[in-house]
Write a protein that binds this ligand. Structure first.
Ligand SMILES: N[C@@H](CCC(=O)N[C@@H](CS)C(=O)NCC(=O)O)C(=O)O
Length: 212
């Protein structure tokens, strides 16, 4: 199996996390941000992540990929899901994206490994999120707006090894978002969130991205 991904992409990290939890080796290709051809040739659209299965069939939805990987051998995402956790995950993105998006191109990530790929990202994302320098200049207030969300998550976390006490798809929803949020220097995770983040990242053998 080969996963086509961007290193910064939290949806891609869902799939990498599922594979790591299963101790399953995924071949990985990081696509340059301006390399639409690779994506188009696989799935006829500009979309990441793409999982190409061993039979050559590509998959396009990250949660379908997670379910597929979890179904190989004995399932491990067996815990119950909680609506509050998916509601949290869906709503927090509006608060994290203005902080994380303008930082990713500064982290030396492989998808921005050429100046053309880097600028391709800036030009496209600027349309959606606004000017990156102006966004970064608002970091303090954005962090202030995000903190109550992290405090809410702190109250939801039941164990450092599983958000609901037993590993479930909710962990796949939450950990990749925390990995993204952790690129924001000066953002302090509340105690249970920090324990959960550190425990889970170490369990799957991933270092956090750098923070800026
Ligand atoms: N529902 C899809 C959404 C995938 C998605 O939105 N991917 C984004 C990257 S995170 C994308 O391909 N954006 C196009 C682009 O960056 O040009 C999934 O969960 O896999």
């Amino acid at each position: 199996m080969r996963l086509y991904l961007f290193e910064h992409c939290s949806l891609c990290f869902r799939v990498r996390m599922a594979a790591a939890l299963k101790r399953l080796h995924l071949q990985e290709t990081v696509v340059l941000d301006d390399d639409s051809e690779t994506m188009m040739s696989l799935v006829r659209k500009r979309r990441i992540p793409i999982l190409v299965k061993d039979d050559g069939q590509p998959m396009l939805e990250s949660m379908d990929m997670v379910a597929y990987i979890d179904g190989l051998g004995g399932r491990i995402l067996t815990g119950l899901q909680r609506a509050e956790v998916s509601v949290w995950a869906d709503s927090v993105i509006a608060k994290t994206a203005p902080l994380t998006m303008p930082r990713y191109p500064l982290l030396g990530l492989p998808e921005f490994g050429t100046i053309a790929a880097h600028d391709h990202c800036i030009v496209r994302k600027r349309e959606k999120y606004g000017d990156f320098i102006e966004l970064r200049a608002k970091s303090r207030e954005q962090i202030g707006a995000l903190m109550p969300e992290l405090e809410s998550l702190d109250r939801l976390i039941e164990s450092p090894t599983a958000v609901n006490g037993e590993l479930s798809v909710d962990d796949i929803r939450v950990l990749p978002l925390l990995r993204s949020a952790a690129v924001v220097k000066g953002l302090r995770f509340p105690q249970k969130v920090r324990n959960y983040f550190e425990t889970m990242m170490s369990r799957i053998g991933y270092q956090p991205l750098s923070a800026i």
